[in-house]
Design a protein around this ligand. Structure first.
Ligand code: ATP
Ligand code: MG
Length: 300
């Protein structure tokens, strides 16, 4: 029936590096997700939302083809799919609603450690293995380098040792995997984080309303992740010095302490944490009972 609203469909990675954080983000926005491990579609019990759990590679396409309304995916996968679709003359429209605070990594070129690498030109005439042929191709073109790209879906890091390629272009977060395979990172060609994307042309009133409700919650959760609630007792005589040490505390809350006129309690919400060094400085000013607490949610 026409009055029945369509449920909002959100695509997220089923299992992998983004799945835990994606699910945690949605859960902390108040979605009660009914997860039965093997199910493709998970129902949200308390909102008109369905969660589609898929391979991360499928997420950009699902959103670009309008099969899903929202998606959480790495920019690397999103950009690779966009470039591919541009070449194929397929639709590649979407809107980024929010760059998220997880899934950070870089797409880098790495060569064998003993290799004498002096710049992108060193790659001329070489063979490079990658899962991201379009992103790599764009980079090589920008650099005016002629190299052959070997497209591998997995185990890219063993390609040089296996004699399949001279170099690789792969995702890196710490570099430990590269080192373990006798490789060194020589160029960062793309920096990526997870993003929340929306399909183009979404026009259902109720779905738009739902998104407008979710966005402040997502912002609130992300802001809370970065913020701390700081409490301490400070000597009245040195209040100015104490407050000057607290990050982002223009108007702290001050509360009297029962039976102690020389000290006051100070509470602040800070956009950053207190480092041990600052806590020691506060202590040296006569402050005591210094607490740094995580914040779960916030709304301004
Ligand atoms: P799927 O089975 O869903 O296709 P996958 O093996 O392709 O999973 P994962 O390894 O789970 O993908 O990585 C998913 C995304 O996590 C990457 O595309 C990237 O955006 C991000 N990521 C963050 N850190 C790393 C890292 N060190 N290595 C690889 N990906 C990373
Ligand atoms: Mg994948």
């Amino acid at each position: 029936p026409a009055t029945e609203s369509k449920r909002l469909r959100i695509a997220m990675q089923k299992s992998g590096r983004l799945s835990v954080d994606s699910q945690a983000l949605l859960t902390s926005c108040g979605l009660k997700i009914n997860l039965r491990e093997q199910r493709l579609i998970a129902h949200v019990e308390n909102m008109d939302i369905d969660i589609l759990r898929v391979r991360d590679d499928d997420i950009p396409g699902l959103v670009m083809d309008g099969v899903c309304d929202l998606g959480i995916v790495g920019e690397n996968v999103l950009e690779e799919e966009s470039l591919q679709r541009k070449l194929d003359n397929d639709s590649f429209d979407y809107t980024v609603l929010k760059r998220l605070d997880f899934g950070g990594c870089r797409l880098s070129i790495a060569v064998p450690q003993e290799e004498n690498y002096t710049g992108a030109a060193s790659l001329d005439g070489k063979t490079i293995a990658t899962t991201y042929p379009r992103l790599l191709g764009r980079y090589l073109k920008q650099q005016g380098v002629n190299a052959r790209i070997v497209n591998l879906k997995g185990s890219v890091e063993v390609a040089p040792r296996a004699g399949l390629a001279d170099a690789i272009c792969d995702l890196v977060s710490t570099g430990a995997t590269l080192e373990a395979n006798g490789l060194k990172e020589v160029e960062v060609i793309y920096r990526s984080k997870a993003v929340l994307i929306q399909r183009k042309g979404l026009s259902d009133e109720r779905q738009l309303k739902l998104i407008n409700k979710l966005m402040p919650r997502i912002n609130g959760v992300m802001q809370a992740n970065e913020s701390k609630y700081i409490m301490l007792h400070a000597p009245r005589a040195r209040l100015d010095e104490v407050i000057a040490l607290l990050p982002g505390a223009e108007n702290p809350t001050m509360l009297p302490l029962a039976g102690n006129d020389a000290m006051v309690a100070i509470h602040v919400v800070s956009s950053e944490t207190l480092f041990w060094e600052t806590m020691e400085q506060l202590k040296a000013l006569g402050a005591s009972s210094i607490l740094v607490l995580p914040i779960e949610k916030m709304m301004e």
